[in-house]
Design a protein around this ligand. Structure first.
Ligand code: GDP
Length: 192
């Protein structure tokens, strides 16, 4: 996959707007502010393909990017506290509706901030992916904020809490580029 071959396709506000899956699909999920936009931009080597949110909690949409013939699907960040109950419900309907569809689901990239214990919604997301049998990888973000020793400790702790194999957990930094090649390899391997 040539990750620099990327373009924005469309944003969808309701699940029924999302077109049928005709290509391999890699979906990215995570809490609001986890660093999802920054990671997507780093993956494709661009500054602002995915907008780095100046305003978290802005209207949630499912954003499709064409990355060298595969779809990279940016799902709305969850867990932003300052949104209305109605907006939270809309988010849940949007994400739930997407995962309910008949799609390829080659890989779900589940982002967790390396500095914190997984939060309730992170547990729910990973639990949902496990129960649904979705192929997924947990990717820790903002690794540059910790020392290498701290990174390894957090990786072990987060893997234990989420009950997943620590060996499968990727440690990344959108800022420094750490772990990006490993993530590209995981995406490529899932899309053959
Ligand atoms: P999103 O809401 O998940 O799309 O998160 P953003 O990509 O907008 O990032 C949220 C905040 O975290 C911004 O202030 C980013 O500059 C910061 N951030 C994102 N990735 C990294 C990273 O790898 N390292 C550091 N130090 N900060 C990051």
């Amino acid at each position: 996959i040539d990750f620099t071959h990327a373009r924005f396709c469309a944003a969808y506000g309701t699940p029924d707007q999302i077109p049928e899956a005709k290509r391999p699909e890699v979906s990215v999920v995570g809490r609001s502010n986890v660093g999802k936009s920054s990671l997507i931009n780093r993956l494709v080597g661009r500054k602002a393909l995915a907008k780095v949110s100046s305003k978290p909690g802005k209207t949630a949409t499912v954003n499709f990017y064409d990355v060298d013939g595969i779809y990279l699907v940016d799902l709305p960040g969850y867990g932003f506290a300052k949104v209305s109950a109605a907006e939270k419900r809309r988010w849940a309907d949007l994400i739930g509706g997407y995962f309910d569809q008949e799609r390829s689901f080659n890989l779900v990239v589940s982002l967790v901030d390396i500095r914190h214990e997984p939060q309730k919604l992170d547990h729910e997301m990973v639990g949902f992916l496990k129960e649904g049998g979705f192929p997924f990888v947990v990717v820790l973000t903002k690794a540059d904020k910790l020392s290498r020793a701290q990174q390894q400790r957090q990786r072990a702790l987060i893997a234990r809490e989420l009950d997943i194999d620590p060996e499968t957990v990727l440690v990344t930094s959108a800022e420094k580029g750490q772990g990006i090649d490993e993530l590209k390899d995981a995406i490529s391997a899932a899309c053959v």
